[in-house]
Ligand binder design. Sequence first.
Ligand SMILES: Nc1nc2c(ncn2[C@@H]2O[C@H](COP(=O)(O)OP(=O)(O)OP(=O)(O)O)[C@@H](O)[C@H]2O)c(=O)[nH]1
Ligand SMILES: [Zn+2]
Length: 272
Amino acid sequence: MKGQIYTLFGQKALVKVGDNLIECSLKGSMRKNSVLVGDYVELDEQNRIFKIEKRTSCFSRPSVANVDYVNIVIAPIPKPDFLVVDKMLISIFAGGSKPIICVNKCDIERMEISSRYADVVDKIFYLSSLTGENLSELKEFLKNKTVAFAGQSAVGKTSLINALLGVNHKVGDLSEKIMRGKNTTTYCFVHENDGIKVVDTPGFTALEVNGISAKNLKDYYPEFKDNSCYYSDCVHIAEPYCDVKEKVKNEEINKDRYENYLTIYNELKDKG
Ligand SMILES: Nc1nc2c(ncn2[C@@H]2O[C@H](COP(=O)(O)OP(=O)(O)OP(=O)(O)O)[C@@H](O)[C@H]2O)c(=O)[nH]1
Ligand SMILES: [Zn+2]
């Protein structure tokens, strides 16, 4: 049997197989740290996990696998910090996942970000979790996908998640029973409704840049790829004949994105 891990606790996992959540253990040969929430796994007849399928994406903080999209939520209020957004994007690409951006609270103001991010993220949604504007487009897009939410406090992540999952987002009696009384400090759970799977973990809200060197930072900027820089390892800062710098000058690459790149580059360099 095959399924996906919805949560882990102690030596056990809840695995969604078809419509059922099954309590599973790890087969002796598998180390506890080898499985992550989100993993697609195979079970033997005793409901023991004996195989993990190759991950499409993987994050270590929080520990979660196979997140198809990370949804960065921003809003006119509180005002976005685009340096933080750019750092989140780097972490998302580094984890092998794909970013989308939801510009929430469009009932207050429709904050235009396309010139900055249209070439960077898979999709931008302008919506309002309050009025429901464009919510159906987001729902349609996330069908049969696993998504995690990131974004600063009070932008409306919880409101959006509730709107997506509706009132029936509890994963059922079995999980409630099993989770009761467990230590949930490292709480990470997949909630599902209408085929949309939301990874519920507080750790995602403030993704930080980790484990990336200044030299490699450029690899996490999709708009820097396909360049004709003279040096193949050009970091697009001080090198001559740099195509990326040329594109910034010609406004083919967003200048604010490039300036934040320089800031993050210098931060990483100082870190060593
Ligand atoms: N006008 C307007 N207000 C909204 C909208 N979505 C959320 N809010 C309000 O914004 C505030 C914050 O919403 P939350 O959903 O709690 O935000 P959050 O991002 O989950 O916040 P944290 O839990 O602190 O991370 C609440 O007062 C919501 O009612 C929206 O689309 N329009
Ligand atoms: Zn260059």
